[in-house]
Design a protein around this ligand. Structure first.
Ligand code: NAD
Ligand code: GLY
Length: 369
């Protein structure tokens, strides 16, 4: 069972292959795209142990020469230091403009490898082989690359599209449950921003997909990639529509920045909390019914995701969280941009969220009186 989707971006168009056992077919899938049969695989220590050999064997079977660079696992790898190390290691292998990088791993490896590919020798090809649910349904598609800085997430980066995305759903079988759930938050995001029937499907079948039902998992990854491909095809550089994909991210990123990007709160978990807060803000503004807010919150909670900053052991400081929001890439002229919902499946961009509104939202949420 392999689905093939297409991201339509003129000369930067590419396919997304989704199915079981695609790592074994990586050589066959990639061979027609390579400018020359030479690749450098970038992965992390965890994924290297679990899946690197399968990819190497698949490349050997198609006579594609390969070397690899293995980075530490985790969000801290998206740093200046690791980027420099990666670029040096890549250059030590004397790549040329016809060499292709393969990003084998989660969103961290995809983001830093894509960024490296976009600046190495002024840009070489790269391919995404995402191995987390989050990367399969979101980060591997759409060409956002980058690293984090002390000022916030992904503040240094490029738009640089991969030549192909190969999502092998079997890789999700080795993924820890907590990581699977973090990816599920981004899946729920698609339903909530503009696809009510998908949200209803998730209410009915999401738990089956999370339990490893292959058909449900395949459908869930496909629908998510379809949604992302459609949005990216219409607005690659986020001048409008694509901003909807940042639903839950303004405050989500602030929570992550405040915690210093460790394991306390995974990116997808912060998005789950951020979506609930964005819905709460929508209700406070009179845009959205309380029932819709509660329904999304209930679904995320039932799946096992955190839905409030209070689910995380930390003394939160509302002012610091608001400061982090001002470093968000979407902050315009000192105002704060939020994606807000009028109902499940209908969201829009609001650029007039005031500091006072956020203070009130956080005071209520953090139960500060
Ligand atoms: P991650 O890459 O850190 O992966 C999570 C953990 O799972 C890591 O420890 C990794 O080693 C491990 N892992 C990966 N695949 C595995 C497998 N198959 N089996 C067992 N373990 C495995 O995190 P992530 O959640 O995939 O990605 C998060 C990052 O993605 C964040 O930095 C976020 O900013 C970024 N992101 C980018 C975009 C984009 O459009 N570029 C979109 C969403 C998120
Ligand atoms: N994950 C947000 C985007 O790709 O635009």
């Amino acid at each position: 069972m392999m689905a093939s989707l297409h991201v339509e971006l003129a000369e930067r168009s590419y396919d997304i292959a989704i199915g079981e056992g695609l790592l074994e077919q990586a050589g066959k899938l990639l061979a027609p795209l390579l400018r020359r049969p030479r690749v450098i695989i970038v992965t992390d220590e965890t994924v290297a142990t679990l899946h690197l050999q399968t990819v190497k064997t698949a490349l050997d079977n198609c006579n594609i020469a390969h070397t690899e660079v293995i980075l530490p696992a985790g969000e801290h790898t998206k740093s200046y230091e690791q980027l420099q190390l990666l670029l040096d290691l890549l250059l030590a292998g004397t790549p040329d403009r016809n060499t292709t990088l393969i990003a084998l791993g989660g969103g961290v490896i995809g983001d830093i490898t894509g960024f490296a590919a976009s600046i190495l020798l002024r840009g070489i090809d790269f391919v995404q082989i995402p191995t987390t649910l989050l990367a399969q349904v979101d980060s591997s598609v759409g060409g956002k690359t980058g690293i984090n800085t002390r000022y916030g997430k992904n503040l240094i980066g490029t738009f640089y599209q991969p030549r192909m995305v190969i999502a092998d759903t079997n890789t999700l079988l080795t993924l820890p449950k907590r990581q699977l759930l973090a990816g599920y938050a981004e899946v729920v995001k698609y339903g909530t921003i503009n696809d009510y029937p998908f949200f209803v499907w998730l209410e009915e079948h999401g738990s089956r997909a999370l339990a490893g039902d292959k058909e449900a998992l395949q459908y869930m990854v496909e629908e998510s990639c379809k949604a992302k491909a459609e949005i990216v095809g219409k607005d690659e550089r986020e001048s409008g529509l694509r901003a909807l994909l940042n639903f839950g991210h303004t405050l989500g990123h602030a929570l992550e920045a405040e915690l210093g990007y460790g394991d306390t709160l995974l990116h997808g978990e912060s998005v789950a909390i951020g979506m609930v807060l964005a819905l709460k803000l929508s209700v406070r503004r009179g845009l959205c019914e309380q029932d819709d807010y509660e329904r999304v919150e209930r679904h995320l909670k039932a799946a096992g995701l955190p839905v409030s900053p209070l689910n995380i052991r930390k003394q939160w400081n509302a002012n610091q969280l608001i400061q982090h929001c001002y470093h968000d890439k979407k902050a315009m002229d000192g105002g704060l941009t939020f994606i807000l919902a009028s109902k499940i499946g209908k969201t829009s961009i609001h650029q007039d969220v005031t500091k006072q509104e956020l203070e009130a939202l956080l005071a209520e949420t953090l139960q500060i009186v």
